[in-house]
Design a protein around this ligand. Structure first.
Ligand code: ADP
Ligand code: MN
Ligand code: MN
Ligand code: MN
Ligand code: MN
Length: 360
């Protein structure tokens, strides 16, 4: 993994240990600005601050070359980074911080790939409904050569069965990365609510939520940054492709759980049914923003509904939307939209769900 020729008696870890605890002389702080690029991926760069910021207002708008990230043409490349959320930095620790930034052009308009801007407006407009989301982020670990991590070279592992929530060698892969990511999210203050190994070997899930409104997209993107960044330390790639391996292997989704003030109140099932009747009418509009290549995943097999048709059911993992059994029994609570692919932009998905529930 180490690209450098080093004394064989020294490990990279022991070399790095010399620098790990270096503190700046004068209280300076590193702020990692993180943003979404033109390829639905993440970029980041670091700024030195004179002191630890107390709030977002202490952070300045920065800029970068949008022509190098697929976000702007070369002749007008300066793209602005507006800080929108701040977290403790589990990689650098101390007073250092992670800054989620949204991209704008010089004239103040949202960058073409900034879907947060529209989402904020929707969430503010419907704040009185106090919408909560919980997203189940599935992903696949790949080695440097894009093979599923830990799969036998040139072959396949045994058929699916022992891997979901698996325990023990051969049943799970790279739990150390999962554990490191889990702890890092908790340190940062991300509302990660759990993790589990998935049905396909080397595929994992973590859940973020319940989160209020815009916070859902913000925390999910920050959790993805941490996942990529930590896997980088291990030389492992993270894929959010919805069907990384064709054939009899489960795809990867981002089940999106939703509740509102009305759905959580007594008799809330009625509100849920009203929302879902609207969902049925706008199925294809939703599918358009539920991720590329999602047709490879939504086949009606492997615990998915078919992409052509919307349906919902109680406890049905083959439906587009599932109402958990416990919710049906209680008569109120939340529902689970199972259609979104693992690669979604959560701002688009939470946005269209809000729009369909309250503006359609
Ligand atoms: P499953 O795998 O059975 O579909 P998980 O336990 O993986 O379910 O995920 C459930 C998700 O639902 C979590 O992200 C959680 O935050 C979210 N959730 C729970 N209650 C609510 C609620 N009232 N509103 C919105 N999301 C909720
Ligand atoms: Mn430069
Ligand atoms: Mn789950
Ligand atoms: Mn899952
Ligand atoms: Mn689910």
């Amino acid at each position: 993994m180490c690209q450098y020729e080093v004394d064989p008696l020294l490990s990279k870890a022991s070399i790095m240990a010399k620098y790990a605890n270096l503190e700046p002389l004068d209280g300076k702080v590193m702020a990692e600005y993180i943003w979404i690029d033109g390829f639905n991926h993440i970029r980041s760069k670091t700024m030195t601050l004179d002191q630890k910021p107390k709030s977002l207002e202490d952070l300045r708008v920065w800029n970068f070359d949008g022509s190098s990230t697929g976000q702007a043409p070369g002749y007008n490349s300066d793209t602005l980074l507006k800080p929108v959320a701040m977290y403790r930095d589990p990689i650098r620790r101390g007073d250092n911080i992670l800054v989620l930034a949204a991209c704008y052009t010089a004239d103040g308009s949202a960058n073409h790939f900034n879907h947060r801007d529209g989402c904020v407006k929707l969430m503010e407009k419907h704040a009185s409904q106090d919408i909560w989301f919980g997203i189940e982020q599935e992903y696949t670990m790949l080695d440097y050569y894009d093979r599923p991590f830990g799969w036998p070279k040139g072959g396949f592992p045994g058929p699916q069965g022992p891997f979901y929530c698996g325990v023990g060698t051969g049943n799970v892969f790279a739990r150390d990365i999962v554990e490191a990511h889990y702890k890092a999210c908790l340190y940062a203050g991300i509302n990660i609510s759990g993790v589990n190994a998935e049905v396909m070997p080397s595929q994992w899930e973590y859940q973020v939520g319940p989160c209020r409104g815009i916070q859902m997209g913000d925390e999910l993107w920050m959790s993805r940054f941490l996942l990529h960044r930590i896997a980088e330390d291990f030389g492992v790639k993270i894929s959010f492709h919805p069907k990384p391996i064709l054939g009899d292997w489960n795809g990867a989704g981002c089940h999106t759980n939703v509740s509102t003030k009305d759905s959580r109140a007594e008799g809330g099932m009625k509100a849920i049914e009203q929302y879902l009747e609207k969902f049925a009418k706008r199925h294809m509009d939703h599918i358009k923003v539920y991720g590329d290549d999602n047709d490879l995943r939504l086949t009606g097999k492997h615990e998915t509904g078919t992409i052509e048709q919307f349906n919902y059911g109680i406890a049905d993992r083959g439906a587009s939307v599932r109402i958990p059994r416990s919710v049906a029994m209680k008569g109120c609570g939340y529902f689970e939209d199972r259609r979104p692919a693992s690669s979604i932009d959560p701002y688009l998905v939470t946005g269209i769900i809000t729009e369909t529930m309250f503006e359609f």
